[in-house]
Design a binder for this molecule. Sequence first.
Ligand SMILES: [Zn+2]
Length: 178
Amino acid sequence: MIRPILIHPDPRLKKACDPVAQVDDTVRALMADLLQTMYDAPGIGLAAPQVGVLRRVFVIDCAKGEDEAPDPVCLANPEITWSAQETREREEGCLSIPDIYAMITRPDAVRVRFLNREGTEEERMFDGMQAVCVQHEIDHLSGKLFIDYLSPMRRQLITGKMKKLKRERARTRASAAE
Ligand SMILES: [Zn+2]
């Protein structure tokens, strides 16, 4: 099921999420919905709070376009157990902040311990685009957005744009319902 993606600013995007007790059918259904919603958007990562579910769950798929096989990874209760000393600056965007991109500096690689779709504990290294994506999504689980790394002035400007976008979307929905 495709779920509506929350757009910043929204109080649910600023909350710290709770861990799941276990990966049961409800969590697996949430993971499936997150993947479907992410592919539909389209995006390369989506966290549960972005669809209003305040749980420590997210999905990523950083395979590039149609020439690479899909590479979905579902993660619950992720913990970063190691971060590379080397950092890299890359352009980031977010499905909750449409059409806004900014250069963000993060560790170049991370090791993450998590529960996978089967509920088994796994520890994996992520580098390149996956490292960026995983760190961006883990931030979502503590209510942090990529624009929080920018200057307050730039963040305010982006938040203003998003408020305007939400007003426009609400108007379009209202007139479509008439
Ligand atoms: Zn995001």
